[in-house]
Design a protein around this ligand. Structure first.
Ligand SMILES: *Cc1c(COP(=O)(O)O)cnc(C)c1O
Length: 456
């Protein structure tokens, strides 16, 4: 093909992809939320042997649209209440298309001044939205798991450096011991991060929690300057926050490093109505959060923040003669666990640019209001709400565990909405997490009606 023919074919392909995308987004508003079993049964059509030769890109795209799209879960549609999954804001989605066209490697400034500038600005905005101290720096990573890992690597560096041990150079064998303290309701992915860092998933002191899953400040073990204390802002089941204000001053006096897992909860600090929940967390040394949860930025977008970014730099930076780092600019490579990386800070910038502070606060307020509406409706129908609905999470029991699980299965297969199950302090429950910017009151009322139909 001539160059001009290649360009024309590519343009046509991209326009077709945009049409498939907008058709898809329209379809999921009325489509069932979970994919129909027949759509899932069609997936083997994509699982062919590796083709020996090329396929026309139009055919490739059509396969995705015809076979892939129907078997997706419609979590962008407003009636998906599983895990803590949002949708994707239009500005972030559109920016994502452009990022793909730009095809930047966001490791170093010389590779993409645009990506580095946007990422740096977005990190500043996040710091400001979360009410964290000036000078805090960090990295845009793939999710809260990697954000926890990155921040805890900075903590590990800092504590061992203080003890005269260079952990990056010498590893952990023979190093002074570090104590890690977590609440008993710690997210399992934080334990995974500790495991990857050589600090151990089980080699932790677990602090007892109260009925909402909050760490009990009166039950803390002795803390010292070889302690990493992990607090949680937003429990995935109840939405509850550890009492940071009661804990942080004491922990700092003892010399401990305080890390906060605030994957979704930290964003409550943007809302005048809910920011009291996040009080005290700004006193910590490091924070992990997700922009693909409450801010609805789209996957994958986690953020690690460290009060003293130099600690993160020591943990992450690599240098080689061919890696052209500059001194004048912030080099993402110095702070992130990856080297080559997608310019995911661009979507973060675009989403936050489109929302502004008020837009982000409105998502928090609206989704928390929807959660209360679910709780009120279910309670009025005689069902037990197991948590204090302080945020966007609701736990409901429909009676015996088998019955609750049956109702959840029915709801999922009927497809009006989607909720998952959990076990909260020994009791089986349905989890409702309202995290999407796209959820309307009509979505809530239709979903509530579906829940009550399934339950009766
Ligand atoms: C979601 C979540 C995580 C894990 O985040 P990923 O982005 O899925 O890696 C960790 N901690 C808490 C509290 C969460 O809600």
């Amino acid at each position: 093909m001539l160059r001009s023919e290649l360009v024309a074919a590519r343009d046509a392909l991209l326009k077709r992809a945009a049409l498939h995308a907008t058709d898809y987004l329209e379809a999921i508003l009325s489509r069932r939320v979970s994919p129909h079993p027949s759509a899932v049964a069609g997936l083997p059509a994509l699982r062919t042997p590796l083709p020996a030769g090329p396929t026309d890109p139009e055919t490739v795209l059509r396969l995705l649209a015809d076979v892939g799209s129907p078997a997706t879960v419609a979590n962008g549609g407003g009636r998906y209440f599983g895990f803590v999954n949002g949708g994707c804001l239009p500005a972030a989605m559109a920016a994502g298309w452009l990022v793909t066209a730009w095809d930047q490697n966001a490791a170093f400034w010389v590779q993409s001044p645009t990506a580095v500038a946007l990422e740096e600005t977005a990190l500043d905005w996040v710091r400001e939205l979360l009410g964290l101290p000036d000078g805090t720096g960090g990295a845009v990573v793939t999710g809260a798991t990697m954000a926890n890992l990155s921040a805890l690597a900075a903590a590990r560096h800092s504590l061992l450096d203080r003890a005269g041990w260079d952990v990056e150079a010498n590893g952990l064998f023979g190093a002074p011991e570090i104590q890690v303290v977590v609440g008993d309701e710690v997210h399992p992915s934080l334990l995974k991060s500790l495991g990857i860092l050589g600090l151990g998933r089980n080699r932790v002191v677990r602090v007892p929690v109260d009925s909402q899953g909050r760490m009990r400040a009166d039950a803390l073990p002795p803390l010292d300057n070889r302690t990493i204390l992990c607090l949680q802002a937003g429990n995935v089941n109840t939405g509850a926050f550890d009492p940071a204000a009661d804990i942080c001053r004491h922990a700092h006096t003892a010399g401990a490093w305080i890390h906060v897992d605030g994957a979704f909860g930290l964003w409550a600090s943007v809302s005048p109505e809910y920011q009291h929940l996040t009080q005290g967390f700004e006193l910590a040394d490091s924070w992990a959060t997700d922009a693909h949860k409450w801010p609805n930025i789209g996957y994958d977008c986690g953020i690690a923040l460290v009060r003293n970014p130099e600690a993160l730099r020591f943990a992450m930076s690599v240098r080689a003669p061919y890696l052209a780092a500059t001194e004048q600019h912030r080099e993402p490579n110095d702070f992130s666990p990856e080297l080559s990386r997608r310019a995911r800070g661009v979507e973060l910038w675009a989403g936050l640019r489109s929302l502004g502070r008020a837009g982000m606060a409105a998502i928090v307020d609206r989704t928390c209001g929807h959660a209360r509406r679910f709780a009120d409706g279910l309670r009025a129908a005689g069902f037990e709400i197991l948590n204090e609905v302080v945020l966007n999470q609701v736990l409901v029991s429909f009676g015996k565990p088998e019955r609750t699980l049956q109702i959840i299965a029915h709801l999922q297969s009927e497809g009006v909405c989607w909720c998952g199950s959990t076990v909260w302090q020994g009791r089986t429950a349905m989890r409702i997490s309202v995290s999407s910017w796209a959820t309307t009151q009509d979505d809530v009322d239709r979903s509530l009606a579906a829940m009550l139909r399934a339950a009766n």
